[in-house]
Write a protein that binds this ligand. Structure first.
Ligand code: NAD
Length: 493
């Protein structure tokens, strides 16, 4: 799209939106507190952002409630909401370079990926949900007699959305598109590491015609703004994407407050099973994408490769070659293959896992931290082999570019190893044997099983987990279920 120099020039010319967005306006936080958001690839401060707290969440929820109650959005016909959301999709498309840069600068991902995948993806997801919303019909139950029982989907009211930093724009979009399409008002809290694209998105939404108060964005930290939203007595539904540990807190917040609905999409430790009859070159290419794309900061990253013992050595060699090609570099440089970790502290965490892995397994390649442009938040793509079932690098979500390769002898053993985890978000399976593919994909405990590919994903299919990867489903027509209640109206005549 642009050269390295052109991206740098555009980055230098950016204007950051750095206040809370409440009731259609940018406003400072009630306390006046601010926090710095740092470009992890240079360690430079980008801007300081209003640090929203409980009072700001109160103001945002009150604005959202007023907007919901007077029907300025909830009362519009689905086709009218569709038109506004389609305008938003068009505005996102017009602003792809800016939105891509905001995410890249905020959290270190490659700008070329953000411009090719994240930002156009956001436009696509808004468009898809907008186009779907006036094609969903309600029901009349077959009661018989002189009765008419209508079963209608109605919006819930005020939705709180708390999202992570790994795909800042898209994770917000996955919540906002169906929540807004169904007529709810929303208070969004972006991750403290990456608030900038959400604030710009709110501005674009207002420009598209989303009425004041319908979409509010409160940047801030998890323990204060996030918790205040989770515990708010006037929030009807809380949708969360993030870690399993914090997801559990949201269930507690709901139980200790107003029993709001809670939908969780949380962590993963996804297995990638490779059988000897697979196309091994393609499997290796896609496995490298599955663990090194977005620096491995992907919930469904294929962080555990399970290989049949007869092909283990050749797959380890292949992965070492692919890892060497995935060298991190300046996220604004289109020739870089990976960006930086989201921040220094997360890079420290990943390096601790790597240090532990050195004692638990054989380091095949990588394992070092890289300093670049004044930042040491870059990590080499790393491959371990031969870890035992209890190794931390096999059990814990590392959320970095670290792959563990283990071997199996039989299908039974492969399935047992794949399912031996508290997570169940995604799994991949490589074989040319159709029966095996169908049998095993049924037996793998995962919300999505990709056969002869990794991380298959579309607006048309539900995305979400089993076990401690959560139970909510984003995307697809099923996503509307989270944002609507079924309401029955009986008419006897
Ligand atoms: P995180 O759980 O630390 O933070 C997520 C959000 O929760 C942030 O907005 C944060 O401010 C907020 N938060 C943190 N502590 C809180 C608290 N005590 N109370 C209320 N809110 C709090 O996760 P992260 O580090 O931002 O993101 C990485 C995690 O997200 C990984 O586990 C990854 O697997 C998961 N993830 C899951 C999916 C999915 O669809 N299942 C998608 C992307 C990321």
């Amino acid at each position: 799209m642009f050269t390295h120099a052109e991206w740098k020039t555009r980055a230098a010319g950016l204007r950051f939106r750095n206040q809370c967005f409440i009731d259609g306006r940018f406003v400072p936080s009630a306390s006046g507190a601010r926090f710095e958001t740092v470009n992890p690839a240079t360690a430079e401060v980008l801007t300081d952002v209003a640090r929203g707290g409980a009072e700001d969440i109160d103001r945002a929820v009150a604005a959202a409630r007023r907007a919901f109650a007077d029907g300025r959005w909830s009362g519009k016909a689905p086709a009218e909401r569709k038109e506004v959301l389609l305008r938003l999709a068009a505005l996102i498309r017009e602003n792809v370079p800016e939105l891509a840069l905001l995410d890249s600068l905020d959290m270190g991902k490659l700008v070329k990926d953000a411009a090719a995948i994240d930002a156009p993806g956001s436009a696509h997801f808004f468009q898809w949900h907008a186009e779907a919303i006036d094609k969903l019909y309600d029901e009349i139950a077959p009661t018989g007699g002189r009765n008419l029982a209508m079963v209608r989907r109605v919006p819930l009211g005020v939705v709180g959305a708390v999202v992570p930093w790994n795909f800042p724009l898209d994770m917000a979009t996955w919540k906002l598109a169906p929540a807004l399409a169904t007529g709810n008002s929303v208070v969004l809290k972006p991750a403290e590491q990456s608030p900038l694209s959400a604030l710009r998105l709110a501005e674009l939404a207002a420009e598209a015609g989303i009425p004041d108060g319908v979409l509010n964005v409160v940047p801030g930290f998890g323990e204060d703004a996030g918790q205040a939203l989770g515990r708010h007595p006037d929030v009807d539904c809380l949708v969360f994407t993030g870690s399993t540990a914090v997801g559990k807190l949201f269930m507690r917040y709901a139980g200790e407050s107003n029993m709001k609905q809670v939908w969780l999409e949380t962590g993963g430790k996804s297995p990638n099973l490779i059988f000897p009859d697979a196309d091994l070159d393609r499997a290796a290419d896609m496995a490298a994408f599955g663990i090194f794309f977005n620096q491995g900061e992907v919930c469904s990253a294929n962080s555990r490769m399970l290989v049949h013992e007869s092909i283990a050595d050749e797959m380890i060699d292949r992965m070492a070659t692919r890892a060497a090609q995935a060298r991190p570099g300046d996220p604004l440089d289109p020739s870089s293959a990976m960006g930086s970790m989201v921040d220094r502290s997360h890079a420290d965490t990943v390096m601790r896992f790597i240090a532990q892995g050195r004692n638990e397994a054989r380091l095949v390649c990588g394992g070092e931290r890289i300093s670049l442009n004044g930042s040491d938040a870059f990590i080499q793509p790393t491959v371990f082999a031969g870890a035992g079932p209890d190794a931390r690098i096999v059990r814990d979500e590392i959320f970095g570019p670290v792959l563990s390769i283990q071997t199996f002898r039989t299908e039974e053993e492969a399935v047992a190893m794949a399912n031996d985890t508290v997570y169940g978000l995604a799994a991949s399976l490589w074989t040319r044997d159709l029966s095996r593919a169908l049998d095993l994909s049924a037996r793998l405990h995962a919300g999505t099983v990709s056969v002869n590919t990794v991380d298959a994903l579309s607006a048309m299919t539900p995305f979400g987990g089993m076990k401690q990867s959560g139970f909510g489903r984003d995307l697809s027509l099923h996503s509307f279920d989270k944002y609507s209640a079924l309401k029955t109206t009986w008419i006897s005549y």
